[in-house]
Write a protein that binds this ligand. Structure first.
Ligand SMILES: *Cc1c(COP(=O)(O)O)cnc(C)c1O
Length: 362
């Protein structure tokens, strides 16, 4: 069977080191927020190019806590897209703020800055730019709008660990960068984990407090919560961080193979100018998507759809969110996108096999 992602294949790649790291933690004195977390935070900050990185329990918490650190909550609006993981929108509501959703552009499927003025209000405090599928969102357009209107730019980098805009890593450009390290992500734990990056020292201090009850020397100074990262996940992530660039290169080679084999009737991913794509997902657009999905399944190839329903179309959010005039590009996308298998351990020959089957059936 070929799946669109396979985190257990990555465990097998680094099994010896991961097993040793887990054992090191088991024999240690501390299982949560210890030396491994501290070292991961240092190493990740250095890698992304920010002065601070803070480990948290997952990517949803990373966003919620970032908003809280910026004092965004009840009565405030935060703009993002509907074509994203539900997590982005759920985190805004968890912070008490109101998500406002704008349409995406038709080439990169990321937030369309031209739509921002349609929804801007006195309550708007921040924009969450989702770097989708491994490619960067429109940094220029979005940060210009933020500057002009005095809004915070928060990057959701959960699908683009290691990707660059010009010579800077994503997650080092906005006020705050939020990362999920869910097992299938480019930097994935073997369980839940998340990271927050920022160059703002005051915000960093606040985030360190917020993730553990608002504590300073075990006394709550502000109202926080529990979003601690454990030592086993941190130890595993430290190992995988060493290989992240190499693994991203492998994903790129596979993507280029798909690009070269897939027929001209299939729309392959475009890479935004002056950015590097890290191919968290390899998403193409084609006709009769469901037929292709079923055909691949018969051949034991499990492709994905990211996402089959936009956030505003899901029952929990239906007819209650503020949006741009239309979300027509978002809504049409969900019908013809398919995520073909891609992960560092996937052999090139399997990509050829999948690409040829897709050509045959579409
Ligand atoms: C995975 C993901 C998240 C959420 O991360 P969790 O760790 O599952 O909470 C947030 N945003 C995007 C774009 C994601 O892909």
């Amino acid at each position: 069977m070929i799946k669109f992602a396979d985190p257990s294949a990555q465990y097998r790649s680094y099994k010896k080191r991961i097993d040793a790291a887990i054992n090191r933690v088991l024999e240690s004195e501390k299982y949560i927020l210890g030396e491994e977390v501290e070292k991961l935070e240092d190493e990740f900050a250095r890698y992304i190019g920010t002065s601070n990185a803070i480990g948290v329990a997952n990517g949803t918490d990373a966003i919620e806590i970032s908003l809280r650190a910026l004092e965004i909550g009840v009565g405030d609006e935060v703009i993002t897209v509907s074509h994203t993981a539900v997590a982005t929108v759920a985190a805004i509501e968890a912070a008490g703020a109101k998500p406002v959703l704008v349409d995406v552009d038709p080439r990169f499927f990321t937030l369309d800055p031209k739509k921002l003025s349609e929804v801007l209000s006195k309550k708007t405090k921040a924009i969450i730019l989702v770097h989708l599928y491994g490619n960067s969102g429109d940094i220029e357009g979005t940060s210009a709008f933020c500057k002009k209107n005095n809004l915070y730019l928060i990057e959701d980098v959960s699908q683009a660990h290691g990707a660059k805009w010009k010579d800077r890593r994503l997650g080092s450009i906005g006020e705050i960068g939020c990362f999920s390290c869910f097992p299938t992500k480019n930097l994935g734990a073997i369980g839940d984990a998340g990271l927050i990056t920022t160059n703002n020292e005051d915000i960093a201090k606040k985030i360190f407090m917020l993730r553990e009850y608002g504590w300073k020397e075990r006394v709550s100074q502000i109202t926080g919560r529990n979003s601690r990262l454990d030592e086993i996940q941190a130890a595993i992530l430290r190992i995988k961080l060493e290989y992240l660039d190499e693994d991203n290169k492998k994903r790129k080679i596979l993507a280029q193979e798909y690009d070269s084999i897939l027929g001209s009737n299939i729309v392959t991913p475009e890479v935004r100018k002056q950015t590097s794509h890290v191919y968290h997902l390899y998403v193409v657009q084609l006709d009769q998507r469901d037929r292709v999905l079923d055909y691949l399944k018969q051949q034991n190839i499990i492709a994905g759809i990211h996402y089959p329903l936009a956030v505003h179309q899901q029952p929990a959010y239906l007819n209650r969110l503020k949006t741009s005039k239309t979300l027509v590009i978002t809504e049409n996308l969900t019908k013809d996108i398919i995520s073909l298998p891609i992960y560092p351990e996937l052999p090139l020959s399997k990509v050829e096999q999948v690409a040829n089957l897709v050509n045959k059936v579409s």
